[in-house]
Design a protein around this ligand. Structure first.
Ligand code: NAD
Length: 493
């Protein structure tokens, strides 16, 4: 069978109709079971993909193990691995509009967001292609002229990359690019909810010249495929992005085989605005920070913390602008906020809104579907004011277009509320006083803190969580270090 990237290129209307969506040991494989992939904009079926079985899991891990142990990939000159990663980046750009369209069909997100994802993924492949080239290891002074002591870095081995449904192509690529750069082999498992662009990515890896068995792809459930991969004795590392409960389960299971685990989990991210902030810019950021991709973003600024004297005016304007946001299908260029990913997730978000009302939060706008008789999972931008720290909507990740507003009266209180979460992924602070901005940023226990900004990240800078938001880091040099073992060579000359 030809690679899905090639199959896609010849599909007359660009709608995926893949033949065989599992990729194991360099072969595309169909399974006896399949799963429909649904379009969040109207609930229709986009296509069917193969559902891997426990036997497929065993075969994929065996292929990755065999390939790693053969040693050819890790012994391939870094310059060659780097060239392959750059070719993946070229292919992503050459197929940019098709990939973005499919990401939008699958996740619902706006086409513009999908295009940004493809560009960001391209940058990540290029970044690790370059970074991999510069690792000469380290000479250590052993204090004895007869001893040459050197620390070198070697690939960890067989890695498993498990991804979430909200940024499928992006999150998987943050794992696959550094793993391949380091010389590891991988088994990739995207979310069963949004698997399509990962199938294309596996095709692009093949087309770019990643050798058979180095990158393998399994589609299917967390219970069979994900859990099977995590439990396998032949896997050396699991890198997971997803929910807290799944992360905990993975960590527990991984303990039996003492495999390395990197976890990128949820967030409940504070967005702090002081009265002396640039209000226009802070308002824009408050809106995009929470309504981008309908709030289905781990770093969404869901907890808006406003200084007393600014509160009423800021909230009134926030509500006015939230009501102007055009909610609609991702493929419609006029849409500013897309649908939620699934009926199941819509029900979860509706449950949180009902809970917020029960808890006594004041619903200022939204709190309902766009239209009750619509087939897609559209929800209105929702603002709750009068919130307090003990409310579950303030503490739990709703993963929907819901912002809760709390107020503060001092810098200390802003910091206290900013840290008043079991998560520690990201936060933002707005003030025109730079000294205060840096004081507050320094005291916030979050992996990323934005100052007079909210949302951007860079391939060169580490991304990850404090506290229950996870362990380890992606992106930056640490994102590559996750996939390497340090080895000390002590030579008595
Ligand atoms: P999820 O935990 O439900 O699923 C994530 C993946 O885990 C899926 O591929 C799923 O099939 C798999 N899985 C489920 N059970 C498993 C098991 N027992 N063993 C192994 N794998 C299993 O998460 P989701 O709903 O897809 O994603 C949303 C979550 O992801 C949110 O909490 C969000 O904050 C988080 N997220 C975090 C980041 C970050 O960078 N920190 C980025 C994106 C999303």
């Amino acid at each position: 069978m030809s690679s899905p990237a090639t199959q896609l290129a010849v599909a007359p209307d660009g709608t995926p109709a893949f033949e065989g969506t599992l990729y194991i040991g360099g072969q595309w494989r169909a399974a006896s079971a399949s799963r429909p992939v649904l379009n969040p904009a109207d609930g229709s079926e986009i296509c069917q993909v193969d559902e891997a079985s426990a036997d497929d899991v065993r075969d994929a891990v065996a292929a990755a193990r065999r390939t790693f142990d053969a040693g050819e990939w890790s012994a391939t000159p870094v310059s060659e691995r780097s060239a392959i990663l750059n070719r993946v980046a070229d292919l992503l750009q050459a197929n940019r509009s098709q990939i973005a369209r499919i990401e939008t069909l699958d996740t619902g997100k706006t086409l513009r967001e999908s295009e940004i994802d493809v560009d960001d993924v391209t940058s990540v492949f290029r970044y690790y292609a370059a970074l991999a080239l510069g690792d000469p290891g380290r000479l250590v002074d052993a204090g004895d002229p007869a001893v040459v002591s050197r620390v070198v870095h070697e690939p960890v081995g067989v890695c498993v990359a498990i991804g979430p449904w909200n940024y499928p192509l992006l999150q998987i690529s943050w794992k696959v690019a550094p793993a391949l750069a380091a010389g590891c082999t991988v088994v990739i498992k995207p979310s069963e909810v949004t698997p399509l662009t990962t199938v294309i990515l596996a095709g692009l890896l093949e087309d770019a010249g990643v050798p058979a068995g180095v990158a393998n792809l399994l589609l299917g459930s967390g219970a069979v495929v994900g859990a099977g991969l995590v439990a396998s004795e032949d896997v050396d590392l699991v890198s997971f992005t997803g929910g807290l409960d799944t992360g905990r389960t993975i960590m527990r299971t991984a303990a039996d085989t003492v495999k390395k685990v990197a976890l990128e989990l949820g967030g409940k991210n504070p967005h702090i605005v002081f009265a002396d902030a640039d209000r226009e810019a802070a308002l824009d950021a408050a809106l995009t920070g929470v309504f981008l991709h309908a709030g289905q973003v781990c770093s969404a600024g869901t907890r808006l913390l406003l200084e007393d004297s600014l509160h009423d005016e800021f909230v009134a304007e926030l509500v006015r602008r939230a009501e102007l946001i055009r909610v609609g299908p991702g493929l419609d260029p006029s849409s500013e906020m897309p649908p939620l990913v699934s009926a199941e997730h819509l029900a979860k978000v509706e449950g949180y809104v009902a809970l917020g009302l029960q808890e006594g939060a004041k619903l200022l706008t939204g709190g309902a579907r766009l239209s009750a008789d619509q087939a897609g999972y559209f929800y209105r931008p929702t603002v709750f004011a009068g919130c307090s720290r003990e409310m579950r909507i303030v503490q739990e990740e709703t993963f929907g277009p819901i912002v809760t507003v709390e107020r503060f009266s001092s810098e200390d209180e802003a910091v206290f509320l900013g840290n008043d979460t079991r998560y520690g992924l990201a936060g933002g602070v707005w003030t025109s006083d730079r000294a205060r901005a840096h004081r507050v940023a320094g005291r916030l226990r979050h992996g990323t803190v934005w100052i007079n900004e909210f949302g951007p990240y860079l391939p060169q800078a580490e991304w990850g969580g404090f506290k229950l938001s996870g362990t380890g880091r992606e992106l930056g040099p640490s994102g590559l270090a996750e996939y390497r073992e340090a080895k000390h060579l002590y030579e008595n000359t």
